[in-house]
Design a protein around this ligand. Structure first.
Ligand code: NCC
Length: 277
């Protein structure tokens, strides 16, 4: 049953996906005393009344000259990715950030100035690192893609009241299973992009999710990011991440119009709270 109807696909998402973050109670984290490093309020209790409408702003080059800033900021919550800047781009991407999803490179690579940049301050942070599919937390802790564990603990010490979580690898691979389970082709066992992770996270927090330039508008371009003069079509279509398949899946649940896609690169998705199964 690869080609579920839109309704069944949405119900599968709502019923089977639960955002999960490290809580410090599992080995090896429990032995290492991680319970004290993790925020006391778990992510599912952080926004108890949820959000009405949310924006997911991809970093795609097609955001440039979109003039979507005002529309984006009109949403109750805004999700952004990695080191995507606001300064100088507000007209196109807005200037409000509620949550930022960051991959482990951001915490480790000094180019991103994770400890000092204001991009990461006073917002909710959600970090992730691509553990291998057969999630063994011991192996992952010893050999992450980028060692986010040390900078995480250090940042938590310096900013104890900021909400900052690490996604549980089980959640990442649950998302991969969802993509593969609804795709005819066999896809590589690489984790989904931060974009897909963020979209599903916002579907669990918001009544409605507006995603910008994930499905490209007519502005589609080989420009990788709106903030960098670097050209590579793989940024939009995927190389390492199963990006193309993620996007086909998201397109299947779009309830927005073709005009929204063409002009704004926008898809409108129902949040889990709005899905009746
Ligand atoms: O490029 P990146 O993603 O930070 O973009 C965030 C999300 O926006 C969507 N996107 C981006 C560009 C584009 N032209 N089209 C898009 O649809 C994608 O959904 C993407 O996930 C990542 O997923 O974490 C990624 O991060 C970068 C990089 O690590 C960070 O930007 C920090 O420099 C990865 N690039 C490399 O590692 C070289 C990228 O593969 C995925």
């Amino acid at each position: 049953s690869k080609k579920l109807s839109r309704e069944k696909l949405l119900c599968e998402m709502k019923n089977e996906l639960k955002v999960r973050t490290l809580d410090g109670t599992e080995m090896p984290f429990s032995t290492l005393g991680w319970e004290k490093h993790i925020p006391k309020v778990s992510i599912d209790k952080l926004y108890p009344s949820g959000f009405r409408s949310c924006a997911v702003v991809t970093s795609a080059g097609a955001m440039l000259n979109s003039s979507l800033g005002k529309e984006i900021d009109s949403h109750e919550a805004v999700l952004r990715f990695n080191a995507a800047p606001l300064e100088g781009y507000q007209k196109d991407v807005g200037n409000k950030t509620t949550i930022r999803i960051i991959n482990s490179q951001i915490l480790v690579n000094p180019n991103f100035h994770f400890n000092t940049s204001t991009l990461y301050k006073d917002i909710t942070l959600v970090a992730w690192d691509p553990a291998p599919y057969s999630v063994n937390l011991h192996k992952w802790y010893k050999n992450p893609d980028y060692n986010l564990f040390t900078p995480y603990v250090e940042y938590r010490r310096k900013h104890p009241v900021q909400s900052f979580y690490i996604l549980h690898p089980k959640f990442i691979w649950q998302l991969w299973d969802l993509i593969q389970g609804n795709t005819l082709e066999t896809i590589q066992p690489n984790p989904p992009s931060s974009g897909f992770i963020g979209i599903l996270m916002m579907m669990s927090l918001c009544d409605e999710v507006h995603v910008y330039e994930y499905i490209p508008s007519l502005r589609q371009t080989d420009l990788c990011h709106y903030h960098e003069r670097y050209y590579d079509a793989a940024c939009t279509l995927g190389a390492y991440h199963p990006l193309l398949y993620e996007k086909l899946l998201v397109q299947r649940i779009n309830k927005g119009t073709d005009i929204d896609v063409q002009k704004k690169g926008k898809v409108i998705l129902p949040g889990f709270s709005a899905i009746k199964c």
